[in-house]
Design a protein around this ligand. Structure first.
Ligand SMILES: NC(=O)c1ccc[n+]([C@@H]2O[C@H](COP(=O)([O-])OP(=O)(O)OC[C@H]3O[C@@H](n4cnc5c(N)ncnc54)[C@H](O)[C@@H]3O)[C@@H](O)[C@H]2O)c1
Length: 246
């Protein structure tokens, strides 16, 4: 059942041209809200904004660039009171500890997955304060609860997202700003294309529910955390993973 729970509210979503962020944008607009879709993928982002109509706007956003965050927040404020941010933008590449390009890959993951989340929270807080309250959702991973083979760079950043979420939750609680982390298991998006079909089949065989999750199933949880239904929750870490954490 659709509700109008986000009527009159604006949300900024990073990495939302496709995948998990794209599904959240669709859900927020369906529930009466407005979205700024920030991403480095200009064509895909513009196409999604056009599909969603006047309640959506695309802004080119590289999450490693503080100035681009300022521009994205300003675009969101121009649409109305900003009530939330979802830090979706992220990269994943399998990087063994001894890989030749290990340091460069490690630093790339940190810049996008970790510094990007830090900058996003830092940039949006003044806008949330002026709206009187807000909700930030940081997308970590089940890898941010445990780990995975050949994933030292990704693991480092997803644990950092989980930790930064708790630090920010404590700091911002007095401003009526809640901060929670979401930990998806394997979800059917372009991100899984870095693995071979055989690797993905082997991964699916390990999932208690026996299938990949969908971007919509993650959006359900993210939108719950963005909404007032979760008003007593901050600093929490919630998995949406078909039982992978068991
Ligand atoms: N798909 C999964 O199985 C899975 C599992 C756990 C966590 N996650 C996390 O979910 C988030 C979304 O991933 P997804 O599955 O939708 O993958 P995706 O690759 O479809 O989406 C990631 C988005 O981030 C954008 N992006 C990358 N670098 C960026 C940058 N510097 N600035 C702005 N945007 C940038 C990409 O352009 C893309 O649109 C990521 O943080 C990812 O780590 C995904």
């Amino acid at each position: 059942m659709q509700t109008r729970r986000f009527a009159g509210r604006v949300f900024l979503l990073s990495g939302a041209a496709r995948g998990l962020g794209g599904a959240q944008a669709r859900r927020i607009v369906a529930d009466g809200g407005s979205v700024v879709i920030g991403d480095v993928l200009v064509q895909a982002g513009q196409a999604l904004a056009a599909e969603l109509g006047p309640a959506a706007q695309f802004v080119e956003l590289d999450v490693t660039e503080p100035d681009q965050w300022q521009r994205a927040v300003a675009a969101a404020q121009a649409m109305g009171p900003v009530h939330g941010l979802v830090n979706n933008a992220g990269v994943y590449a399998p990087v063994p500890l001894q890989a030749d390009d290990g340091l460069a890959q490690f630093e790339r993951h940190v810049r996008i997955n970790q510094t990007g989340v830090f900058l996003g929270m830092r940039s949006v807080v003044p806008a949330l304060k002026s709206s009187g309250a807000g909700s930030i959702v940081n997308i970590s991973s089940t890898v941010g609860l445990r780990s995975a083979p050949n994933a030292i760079a990704y693991t480092a950043t997803k644990w950092a997202v989980r930790g930064m979420t708790k630090a920010a939750a404590l700091e911002l609680v007095r401003d009526q700003i809640r901060v929670n982390s979401v930990h998806p298991g394997p979800i059917d998006t372009d991100m899984l294309s870095v693995r071979t079909a055989e690797q993905n089949q082997a991964r699916i065989a390990q999932i208690p529910m026996g299938r990949l999750g969908t971007a919509e199933e993650v959006a359900n949880l993210v939108c719950f955390l963005l909404s007032d239904e979760s008003r007593y929750m901050t600093g929490s870490e919630l998995a949406v993973d078909g039982g992978c954490a068991l």
